[in-house]
Write a protein that binds this ligand. Structure first.
Ligand SMILES: Nc1nc2c(ncn2[C@@H]2O[C@H](COP(=O)(O)OP(=O)(O)OP(=O)(O)O)[C@@H](O)[C@H]2O)c(=O)[nH]1
Ligand SMILES: [Mg+2]
Length: 349
């Protein structure tokens, strides 16, 4: 009997096979993550869903090169010393598997790669099926069900897709660094609003005071207002009215770090724990979770309906409509009405 078989044998009885498998075998976990990325894991995701909700999901975002990967690396080492396990999903917006950033991440995270308590997954966004945010959410769920205590999700940049991904996290770190040329870069992009904790990394570099001062000024201006709670609202969930002052009791702290030598990392870990405790005690965790699920259902419904509609549409009809719209004999709105009408007939007839 192999070590793996023994591990599988020792998992509690009654555990769904997929959960037992990913808890005892890194290879099975890696395979599941690949199937998730390929959109082929609906049954497994359904089976493992009841075993999620235990991990602390932490989003890490910020401009390119601010030190996100280095920071996650340093945090992972910190948590490993404390006996906790760490899953990492690095979302790279552009490069496929040969991309420089992913290669760089691999090298930087190499010192963790031999550790069974750490699982690192790079995800290329190009070619990923389905919505990026929902795929990322499913990857983190798999790592959660696999038993990792913390799951970090690293995304580059400050666009809508980062905001969407951040919403899949419970705690969002926004990483800044001095000397990026524009101290208020992040604020312009609206990313400050999603920060639960602001990290000013590269605190060993000149210009750190300016960056901290600029961020503090922005926070004091009350720039941070309503969170992204209302986006994608589909259903009227009445059970938990969104708290108007959801973050009144949580002022996003600014933590200075040097990811390369670990300075400030214990303080950052403390803030992460404090934020999680706050989320729980204030009830914010449940409110956010509900908003997140609402948005996710809306996204997935949109994808599913579009896929279904297109699969049931005669390509010749679609081509004819495109032809008419380009000949200006039909407007796009009327073309869509025709498509919807056929779709409706298919479902009632
Ligand atoms: N001086 C200094 N350099 C750092 C620090 N943290 C990271 N770096 C360096 O900054 C560069 C970028 O670090 P990464 O961790 O790759 O940054 P990133 O934000 O993950 O980069 P992308 O994923 O490409 O956006 C690397 O050369 C790191 O060695 C730090 O605290 N101080
Ligand atoms: Mg990185």
């Amino acid at each position: 009997m192999s070590a793996q078989d023994r591990a599988a044998d020792s998992t509690p009885p009654g555990l769904p096979p997929i959960v037992a498998a990913i808890r005892s075998s890194r290879r099975d976990l890696a395979r599941l993550l690949t199937r998730i990325e390929n959109g082929q894991a609906a049954a497994e995701l359904a089976a493992l869903y009841p075993y999620t909700g235990k991990a602390h999901i932490v989003g890490v975002t910020g401009a390119p090169g601010t030190g996100k990967s280095s920071l996650v690396n340093a945090l992972a080492r910190h948590y490993r010393r404390e006996g906790q396990t760490v899953g990492i999903v690095a979302v790279d917006p552009s490069s496929p598997f040969t991309g420089g950033a992913i290669l760089g991440d691999r090298i930087r995270m190499q010192d963790l790669s031999g550790d069974a308590g750490v699982f690192i997954r790079s995800m290329a966004t190009r070619g990923s099926l389905g919505g990026l945010a929902s795929t990322t959410g499913d990857l983190t769920r798999a790592l959660d069900a696999a038993g990792y205590d913390l799951v970090f999700v690293e995304t580059v940049g400050a666009g809508q897709s980062e905001v969407d991904i951040a919403r899949t996290a419970q705690t969002t770190l926004v990483v800044e660094a001095p000397g990026l040329g524009d101290d208020v870069q992040a604020i312009k992009a609206g990313i400050l609003e999603i920060a639960d904790i602001l990290v000013v990394n590269k605190a060993d570099r000149p210009g750190i005071e300016n960056t901290v001062r600029a961020l503090r000024a922005m926070l004091e201006l009350g720039h941070r207002t309503e969170r992204a709670l209302h986006h994608g609202r589909l259903l009227n969930v009445s059970a938990a009215p969104p708290d108007e002052n959801e973050n009144a009791a949580w002022q996003p702290p600014i933590v200075q770090t040097v990811a390369l030598d670990g300075k400030g990392i214990p303080e950052l870990a403390e803030k992460l724990a404090a934020h999680r405790a706050y989320l729980r005690s204030s009830g914010t965790l449940a409110v956010r979770e509900q908003a997140r699920i609402e948005a996710e259902i809306a996204d997935r419904l949109r994808d599913a309906l579009l896929t279904r509609l297109l699969s049931q549409t005669d390509p010749a009809l679609l081509a004819a409509l495109v032809e008419q719209v380009s000949a200006r004999t039909l407007d796009p709105g009327s073309a869509i009405q025709q498509l919807l009408k056929r779709f409706g007939e298919n479902h009632t007839g």
